[in-house]
Design a protein around this ligand. Structure first.
Ligand SMILES: *[C@@H]1O[C@H](CO)[C@@H](O)[C@H](O)[C@H]1NC(C)=O
Ligand SMILES: *[C@@H]1O[C@H](CO)[C@@H](O)[C@H](O)[C@H]1NC(C)=O
Ligand SMILES: *[C@@H]1O[C@H](CO)[C@@H](O)[C@H](O)[C@H]1NC(C)=O
Ligand SMILES: *[C@@H]1O[C@H](CO)[C@@H](O)[C@H](O)[C@H]1NC(C)=O
Length: 464
């Protein structure tokens, strides 16, 4: 064989392999065309084809990510549209942005994300999106005020959906009961739309759901009792709707719940005693409802992780439970604008992590049982205006640290002490009869404190 021939052959071979190599990760051509259509639909002013002429999976805009299949063909797997932040430069949407039906040609799409994209021209979610059931796992539309229309029943075709996040859009209509068939769903967030109707019972079938957030809609009817079957739920936010009826009495079954926000509704009835089983609860926000009942006394002992408790404008009556003193990591307590009466329990002044207490606009009476140190520490975050019968100890007035804060406050004189000793007696009774409550008396606390001091005294100076 002549060397020339061999060289030529080698050359041809090299050509073949290198062209094979450049095609090694090729992009499915119909998907590439679909991507251009999608990009042109969100912003026709950008010359997408000229900016990204080659393999969009490898050289396309930020926000477009692909998977590779067994034949080394690239398929669009994630598409994020609309700017999120300066350093996360997804393709920006123009004023006339629309949703291209070409999404129907991306059968491998797993994640679809639209942020701040449809804000002027009204757009509905194209029905082809609901046909991506074979692949779609995350569907997110956030901050698209001109995204209108309803969530159709056909959304239940998205059988692999794990996240359905439709936040702060202009969606109307009811929540389709068919959502209950999306077995893999672990986040369902439909907050900040104009959804109406009831919360479907069928949501109780979502056994993987960890987050249910329907806040800021116009949902009516009651909280479905079926929700207590969603045993993985960690965050339940139904706030700012028009819900009525009472809190399901078995809500304590949601043993993993960390956030319970049902504020700004028109819920009535009482706060169920089963709440005492919500041992993982961090935030309990029940403000602005119409409970017209007393605060339970026995539920607080297990809520050792609770850091925020919002109960303002909630129609609460009766006494503030002493047992709130169990909430050792509580830093926010709002009891304002209720009809709470009786004395303020001294235990509130011993909450070690407390940062803000609002007792304003109630019918509380007697001595505010807080030390000057405590009042100084909370400053303006301690509020108790609008309780005619409250008075303060004269040593608050002597304290220069309190300054203006004490202006205009009643000082408890001996007459007041006499009147309030009756209240104190009933408080003590309350304290001794509470189930799972605080089993020490005020002097018990003092005793514990002095033992603590003695300990410090005895061991504090020793090199340990
Ligand atoms: C948006 O569409 C309108 C009418 O279809 C057109 O007049 C306008 O120029 C378009 N604006 C942009 C920014 O494309
Ligand atoms: C809330 O419910 C009560 C009855 O429980 C009703 O009288 C009141 O009008 C309702 N308020 C609103 C704002 O719907
Ligand atoms: C505290 O939690 C335990 C274990 O979950 C439960 O048995 C008990 O009833 C709870 N206490 C209250 C007051 O709910
Ligand atoms: C305390 O509650 C009152 C009455 O609800 C309210 O006007 C005030 O703004 C609250 N203070 C703080 C600091 O939230």
């Amino acid at each position: 064989m002549k060397p020339f021939c061999c060289l030529l052959l080698l050359h041809v071979l090299l050509l073949v392999t290198s062209s094979e190599h450049s095609d090694y990760y090729s992009m499915a051509p119909n998907e590439a065309e679909a991507c251009y259509n999608i990009l042109e639909a969100i912003n026709a002013a950008v010359p997408w084809r000229a900016l990204h002429p080659d393999n969009l999976c490898l050289f396309g805009p930020h926000g477009l990510n692909c998977d590779v299949d067994d034949n080394n063909v690239l398929h669009v797997a994630e598409f994020s549209l609309g700017w999120v932040a300066e350093n996360d430069n997804n393709p920006g949407c123009g004023r006339n942005a629309t949703i291209s039906p070409s999404f129907g040609k991306l059968p491998y799409l797993r994640k679809l994300f639209f942020f701040d994209c449809f804000t002027e021209r009204e757009v509905e979610i194209d029905p082809v999106i609901w046909e991506l059931g074979a692949s779609l796992q995350h569907l997110v539309f956030m901050h698209n005020s001109a995204l209108v229309g309803e969530i159709p029943r056909e959304m239940s075709n998205l059988i692999h959906l794990e996240r359905l996040v439709l936040v702060d859009n202009g969606l109307k209509g009811v929540i389709p009961a068919e959502i209950g068939s999306l077995k893999d769903l672990n986040q369902l967030v439909l907050s900040g739309n104009k959804l109406t109707g009831h919360i479907p019972e069928e949501l109780g079938r979502l056994q993987r759901l960890k987050m249910l957030d329907l806040n800021g809609n116009m949902l009516s009817g009651s909280i479905p009792t079926s929700l207590i079957k969603v045993s993985k739920l960690e965050k339940l936010d139904l706030s700012s709707n028009a819900l009525t009826g009472s809190i399901p009495s078995d809500i304590g079954e949601l043993s993993l719940l960390q956030l319970l926000d049902i504020s700004h509704n028109n819920l009535s009835g009482s706060i169920p005693s089963s709440c005492g089983k919500l041992t993982q609860l961090r935030i309990m926000q029940l403000s602005s409802n119409n409970f017209l009942s007393e605060l339970p006394h026995s539920i607080w002992g297990n809520l050792t992780l609770l850091s925020g408790l919002g109960l303002s404008h909630a129609g609460l009556q009766g006494r503030i439970p002493l047992s709130l003193g169990h909430l050792t990591v509580l830093n926010y307590l709002d009891l304002s604008s209720n009809k709470l009466d009786g004395m303020v329990p001294f235990t509130l002044g011993h909450l070690p992590q407390i940062y803000q207490i609002n007792l304003s606009d109630n019918a509380l009476v007697g001595l505010l049982p807080f030390s000057v140190d405590f009042v100084t520490r909370l400053g303006r975050n301690l509020q108790f205006k609008g309780n005619e019968g409250l008075c303060v100890s004269s040593n608050w007035l002597l304290s220069s640290e309190l300054g203006d804060a004490v202006e205009g406050l009643q000082v408890c004189d001996s007459e007041y002490w006499a009147a309030s000793s009756e209240q104190e007696a009933s408080l003590t009774e309350q304290l001794l009869t509470q189930a799972g409550g605080w089993h020490v008396s005020q002097s018990g606390i003092l005793l514990t404190t002095s033992i603590g001091f003695a300990f410090v005294f005895a061991f504090g100076n020793q090199p340990l």
